[in-house]
Design a protein around this ligand. Structure first.
Ligand SMILES: C[S@@+](CC[C@H](N)C(=O)[O-])C[C@H]1O[C@@H](n2cnc3c(N)ncnc32)[C@H](O)[C@@H]1O
Length: 280
């Protein structure tokens, strides 16, 4: 039984980094008329109330999206994310946060396809009620690592895959690598986005190097460290996004955002960021 519920963490610093990158990638995909398929292997509930008891428990969003909400000096790519969050909050106050399925839904054109996998029964039910009836959207109560195999290559040969597990078990690190290896064999030209946590675990520390080795010639790695683990080594110090086959404009779009985020969201003196890429 899965214990992780994203509702506790919605809109935190890790979501801001993840969704900043995702939005830039999907906007780039929309520059060409040909439709794309977006596969979210770990989709969550789709969107989250920030006023409900889950989000309020630790109010992680207060140190994430809430800090960006009223800013008038956002770098353009962050302004685009906040504009979408505003679209998700038609009443004007920050009451809800869009998950990756909601952001993809806001950005999709009529021919684009969404394939959303979620294994938690409650989150699957919420996601299915929200997007399951939309044309071009399929919501599956299935293992996203396994389900990915049947989604590649997309019919249009244009595709974006987000791998965003909860890393509840150490096995997720190895499964991300195995799923990507398989996916790249099926569809080498896809854009693959992997989110990973900065936690005190060997598997987490090693993951970026393993992804680099797998990615080969074209990748981008964005990392935001806002805190440090507690005395027992628990806690999310930050997170990273690793992108295989990134759009050529992604580095330039993210460059002003990372120092901005580390200054705005940093919870300790040593808050930092990193942005690196390899291009063929
Ligand atoms: C970090 S959350 C996803 C957040 C979402 N991608 C977003 O950005 O809004 C991870 C989700 O994966 C689900 N999950 C865990 N293992 C899974 C698996 N093998 N296949 C599909 N979903 C899984 C969890 O129930 C959880 O809702």
């Amino acid at each position: 039984m899965l214990a992780y519920r994203h509702a506790f963490h919605a809109g935190n610093h890790a979501d801001v980094l993840k969704h900043l990158v995702l939005v830039q990638v999907l906007r780039h995909m929309a520059l060409k008329d040909k439709p794309y398929r977006f596969v979210d292997t770990h989709a969550g509930a789709g969107g989250y109330s920030l006023e409900g008891r889950y989000a309020q428990k630790k109010a992680e969003f207060a140190q994430g999206i809430a800090r960006l909400w009223e800013r008038d000096d956002l770098p353009p790519a962050l302004a685009e994310l906040v504009a979408l969050v505003r679209q998700f909050n038609p009443e004007g106050r920050l009451a809800q946060y869009p998950g990756s399925p909601a952001l993809a839904h806001l950005l999709r054109r009529p021919g684009d396809q969404l394939r959303l996998f979620e294994l938690h029964p409650t989150d699957h039910r919420i996601l299915n009620a929200y997007l399951g009836q939309q044309k071009g959207v399929e919501v599956r109560f299935a293992d996203g690592f396994e389900g990915l195999k049947g989604q590649l290559p997309p019919p249009s040969r244009r595709g974006v895959v987000l791998l965003d597990p909860s890393y509840e078990t150490n096995g997720d690190y190895a499964r991300v690598v195995a799923a990507l290896r398989d996916a790249l064999q099926r569809f080498a030209d896809g854009v693959y986005l992997v989110w990973y946590p900065q936690v005190a675990k060997v598997e987490a520390a090693e993951l970026p190097r393993r992804l680099e080795a797998l990615a080969g010639k074209r990748w981008l790695h964005a990392r935001l460290t806002v805190g440090r683990p507690d005395a027992k080594g628990f806690g999310l110090a930050g997170s990273g996004m690793f992108v295989i086959n990134p759009p050529h404009t992604l580095h330039e779009r993210l460059a002003p955002c990372l120092p901005y985020l580390s200054a705005l969201l940093g919870q300790v003196d040593g808050a930092s960021h990193r942005l690196e890429q390899k291009s063929a």
